[in-house]
Design a protein around this ligand. Structure first.
Ligand code: FE2
Ligand code: FE2
Length: 327
């Protein structure tokens, strides 16, 4: 068995399998053996399938320690990835009630209203007034799956957008990636926040997150990796930015109430102002020119937005339920 060490310093360790399929994927990644006759139907439940897809997606980010970088394009693994993505996409489309009726030029107001009217429990409101230290630490561990690669899924989309939308996304990404300062990358700020409270950003808290967190991250990556889903990727990004500034302010207040370390407070404080700007850039300067140039992307924009809001609500319900909070 030959192990090839990936050349990327931030590569992570493989998570623990959750069934036959994810065990087989992990084995294939480490041993570089063929995935063989394994297909999506071998998954022992939704968590097994979701974790398998998450591992396959990771090959398109920084990869895993002791795993050959070339496996990203291994034909057997790519085939399995596409099968698992197809199952996930079908699930997301079944949940999606469809886009609102609108002329494209009304997109901006309609989109802001669509996000505002989506109902779901607010983790940030709970943390602001009632959350405990342990609950916030759990929230940070669950959020780390996304925030440690914050905005990376959107970066996949950059080359696939019409010119005005591409320029606006580049502007937004410049901010998320630290505006030229490596120490200001948002993913790095989150890693620093984790360290300040004794958590380990290199650990990867995959083993403790539920299906809902895995699916949330898989959906964002799937939207980012498939050009045909570029509208969904940008709709997701816009909904994410539109629901960040006010909750970030609530989290800051909760973290201050609990006396959390300053890097954690600073991370969320950064997003109070930044995302108030990003939501305008995302909706007015990315979504609008995108659907004006490519009206067929309108439905995907709302599929992405709905998926973002719906999955956030699902994760919030699981977490609040664990904490015994009645919503
Ligand atoms: Fe950010
Ligand atoms: Fe942002």
């Amino acid at each position: 068995m030959s192990h090839i060490v990936a050349g990327y310093c931030e590569a992570m360790h493989l998570p623990s399998p959750r069934g036959k399929l994810s065990a087989c994927v992990a084995d294939a990644l480490l041993r570089q053996c063929q995935i063989g006759s394994m297909d999506a139907s071998f998954a022992e439940g939704e968590e097994d399938a979701a974790l398998s897809l998450w591992m396959l997606h990771e090959l398109s980010y920084t990869g895993f320690t002791d795993c050959d970088d070339g496996l990203e394009w291994d034909i057997g693994l790519v085939t399995l990835r596409l099968e698992l993505e197809s199952v996930l996409e079908e699930k997301l489309r079944e949940r999606f009630p469809g886009p609102p009726e609108l002329p494209v030029d009304d997109l901006v107001d309609t989109f802001f209203g669509y996000v505002e009217n989506h109902e779901g429990p607010s983790l940030a409101s709970y943390v602001q007034t009632d959350g405990t230290d342990e609950q916030v630490l759990e929230l940070l561990r669950w959020r780390s799956v996304y925030h440690l690669k914050e905005t990376d899924p959107s970066a996949f989309v950059l080359a696939r957008l019409p010119r005005p939308a591409r320029a606006a996304l580049a502007e937004l990404l410049y901010d998320e990636y630290g505006a030229g300062r490596p120490e200001r990358l948002h993913s790095h700020l989150f890693a620093q926040a984790l360290r300040s409270v004794g958590l380990d950003p290199d650990h990867g808290y995959l083993d403790e997150v539920p299906l809902e967190v895995l699916e949330m991250n898989n959906a964002i990556t799937m939207f980012g990796l498939h050009r045909r889903l570029r509208g969904a990727a940008m709709g997701h990004l816009a909904a994410f930015e539109c629901t960040s500034s006010i909750p970030s302010r609530r989290l800051v207040r909760g973290l201050q109430r609990l006396g959390f370390a300053q890097p954690v407070i600073d991370y969320y404080d950064e997003h109070v102002l930044a995302d108030a700007v990003h939501e305008q850039v995302a909706v007015r300067n990315i979504l609008l020119p995108l659907v004006q140039a490519e009206p067929d992307q309108l439905e995907h924009v709302f599929l992405g937005a709905f998926t973002c809001l719906d999955q956030e609500a699902r994760v919030a319900r699981v977490l609040l339920d664990r904490w015994g909070v009645v919503v």
